[in-house]
Each structure stands twice: as structure tokens, then as C-alpha cells.
Write a protein that binds this ligand. Structure first.
Ligand code: IPD
Length: 267
């Protein structure tokens, strides 16, 4: 059996370290270092440096584990644990100086060669601007620790009326896909309380766990965008599903069971 307390502790430590790095060492003239799937899907030098820090520290702390990272790390391990890391989730917010970005560090079981099926068992998401550290482990609850304060247990919203629900979502980087996502959202917006697009899927899922959003959906999320957040939603009493069953790149819907059921029927 894996020591989930130890894995959560490692996740917390590394999310904090990488989060401090991206704030403290951000160059004044930060620019785009590379683009990926489209001209608006950007990487900065700090995404790379944050992933390097996570990879190096995991090499010291957990040498037998695998590591999968957004910026290209794909190193199998032998322990049965794979770390799934997003060195900056919300890179566009980071580039523009908007305070909704985070480092996400998840310990998962499963096969690194089948990343969609990796199962998060412990993790942490850190927003270095608000000093909020969302963290948890399977069976151990979801918590928010702010600065040096005591951890506060998280609970999903109990809203069951979709017309009263604050809905979060996000969009992909490909123009044609964004157009389809916009059209789908246009069909929903009149039927909910309001809509938020914060720009970091990791934080969106933490917001669901914290009851700051009633429900959330997005298609196109990679494992590093959702791994910690989906664990925390479950630990906060919510449900996370995909088109049919498990969440996947096709669809993630998260919130309380009643809202997820209603929303999934519309997607
Ligand atoms: C993105 C953010 C965004 C979501 C996109 C993700 P990145 O991650 O989480 O909120 O809508 O789908 O790709 O590129 O900032 O790491």
C-alpha cells in the first residue's frame, strides 16, 4: 500500500516551492517562449523552470516514481506511483498578470502509458498570489490552507437547482473548438444563475470543492489540468464524471450529484 499521508505531504511541499519560484523569479520582461497546439496556447520560460524544479525535487524525494508533466516530462517509474504535474495551470493569466494561476502536483496510481486512466490518490494545488493551498488525499478529505493558517475542510455546494447554480467552464486553444464551446455555452447561460471562466481548470475544480462554484464542466482537459482537482471534488462530497462514466479529455463535469446529472444531460 502507498503511504498517502507521505504523498500528500510531498505534493504540498513541491506545489509551494514551485509556486514561490514562479512568483519570485518571474522576469520583468516575461514573454512567450513557445507555442503549442495553437498560436494562443503558450509556454513561458517559467513554465519550463517550474517543471524542471518539480522533476528535480521528485528525483530526490521519490526516485522510484514516474513523472508526467505538461511541458513534456514523461518518465516511467517502478513504484506504482506516477506524479502528474502542471507547472503553471492558467499560463495565459500568468502571462497577463491575472491572479488566477496555480501549480498542480498529483500522485496517481495506474499506468503512465495510459495517462487518461491514472487515478489521483493525493495532491495539492497552490495559487501563489492568494497563498491558497488546496490539498488532500483519497479517504482523507479535501482541505484549504491559506498562508500559515490552519487547514479548513472543504465541502461542495449543496445547490440542486440548476437555475440557481453558478457554473464554471473553460475553453480550448483551437479556434474551431472554442467556437463550438461558445455555442454550447450560449445554450446554457440563460438556464443558470451565471457563468464564470477563471482561466485555470485546476483552480476551477478546487473552487467546486470549496463551494465557490456550484458546478463546472469543460472538454479537452489533460490529466495534469484535472488530476488534483477531481480528487478534491470527490473528497469534498461531490461527483466527477465524463461523457459516460469516468472523466476524460472528452468531458469533465464536477459538482454535487444532482447538478452534475442535470448538466451532463445538456452537454
Ligand atoms: C488551461 C487552463 C484553462 C483551461 C484550458 C487549459 P494551461 O491550462 O486550465 O482554464 O480552459 O483547457 O488548457 O494551458 O494554462 O496550463
Amino acid at each position: 500500500m502507498h503511504d498517502l499521508v507521505e504523498l500528500e505531504s510531498v505534493a504540498r511541499t513541491l506545489a509551494l516551492r514551485a509556486g514561490r519560484l514562479i512568483v519570485d523569479e518571474r522576469p520583468a520582461d516575461l514573454g512567450v517562449a513557445q507555442t503549442k497546439s495553437s498560436a494562443t496556447d503558450v509556454v513561458t520560460e517559467m513554465d519550463r523552470r517550474s517543471e524542471e524544479l518539480l522533476l528535480t525535487e521528485l528525483g530526490w524525494m521519490r526516485p522510484d516514481d514516474g513523472v508526467l508533466g505538461e511541458e513534456g516530462t514523461d518518465e516511467p517509474g517502478s513504484s506504482g506511483i506516477t506524479w502528474v504535474v502542471d507547472p503553471i495551470d492558467g499560463t495565459v493569466n500568468y502571462l497577463y498578470g491575472l491572479p488566477a494561476y496555480a501549480v498542480s502536483v498529483a500522485a496517481c496510481t495506474g499506468d503512465i502509458d495510459d495517462p487518461e486512466r491514472l487515478v489521483p490518490v493525493a495532491g495539492a494545488v497552490y495559487n501563489p498570489v492568494t497563498h491558497e493551498l488546496f490539498h488532500g488525499r483519497r479517504g482523507g478529505g479535501a482541505y484549504l490552507t491559506t498562508g500559515t493558517g490552519a487547514p479548513v475542510r472543504l465541502r461542495c455546494s449543496t445547490q440542486t437547482d440548476l437555475s440557481q447554480a453558478l457554473l464554471g467552464t473553460g475553453f480550448g486553444y483551437a479556434a474551431d473548438k472554442r467556437a463550438r464551446q461558445g455555442a454550447l455555452l450560449a445554450g446554457l447561460i440563460a438556464d443558470v444563475r451565471d457563468v464564470r471562466r477563471a482561466g485555470s481548470a485546476a483552480l476551477d475544480l478546487c473552487s467546486v470543492a470549496a463551494g465557490r462554484l456550484d458546478v463546472y464542466y469543460e472538454s479537452g482537459l489533460n490529466p495534469w489540468d484535472r488530476a488534483v482537482g477531481q480528487l478534491l471534488v470527490l473528497e469534498a462530497g461531490g461527483v466527477v464524471r465524463g461523457l459516460t462514466d469516468a472523466p476524460s479529455i472528452d468531458l469533465v463535469v464536477a459538482g454535487c450529484a444532482a447538478l452534475v446529472g442535470q448538466l451532463a444531460g445538456r452537454l
